[in-house]
Write a protein that binds this ligand. Sequence first.
Ligand SMILES: [Mg+2]
Length: 237
Amino acid sequence: MTWNLFLYTLNLEFYTTPYMKNISGIQQGIALDIDDTLSWTCREWVDHIFREFGNPENLSKGEFAKKYHLVQNAQYFQRDDVLARCMQFCYDERYYQELPSIEDALPAINEISRIIPIVAYLTTRPELLRKITDEWLVRHNFPAVPLIMNPHEFSHGITATWKSKALEERYPMILGIIDDNPSICEGLSSEYRGTVFLYGHGDADVPHPRSIACSDWNDVAKKITEHYLCQSSERVK
Ligand SMILES: [Mg+2]
């Protein structure tokens, strides 16, 4: 058994911290979600929904995004007609093209990259949106790393499960993810050794033993620094 294979067999995150990554000779690091982690997707889409279906709580689009994260999380939008409209957004390039980026994401990612490399994007966007997604990432100066996209059609159950499996299968190449959606944790097994940094969530929202709540991008950078640097220094002792 080679040394690398031995380390993989142990499957210990210790051996895949930034300090140790060169042992395997393979670039290891973390992945980024895109929608509502890098781009203001829900905030912009709900603006269309408000105009077409009303705004029962009279929230601004920013207040809605902060409160619900996804359109379908608001009970009053759990209606077939609203969900059908959201599904149209999901497949229509026009609704992705002009999405603004989340302002604090890029500076935080630059800071995080000094602690642990960003190695991929992992998104439930379907493959047919690859070109427009690539262009959007370049336009907003996000890191040039592989884009892993959903090979299935959109369907909440399937896409959430696909993403969890895709993340878990790629461990320890992908050591974890920064993602706004806690549903990614539902499909992770209890053996999963990576880490899910839940962007935009408070400490009460920790759905998996390997998830860490992060209130905003500054908090993501802080928690990642603590997580990976402390982990290494503890083992070095
Ligand atoms: Mg997301």
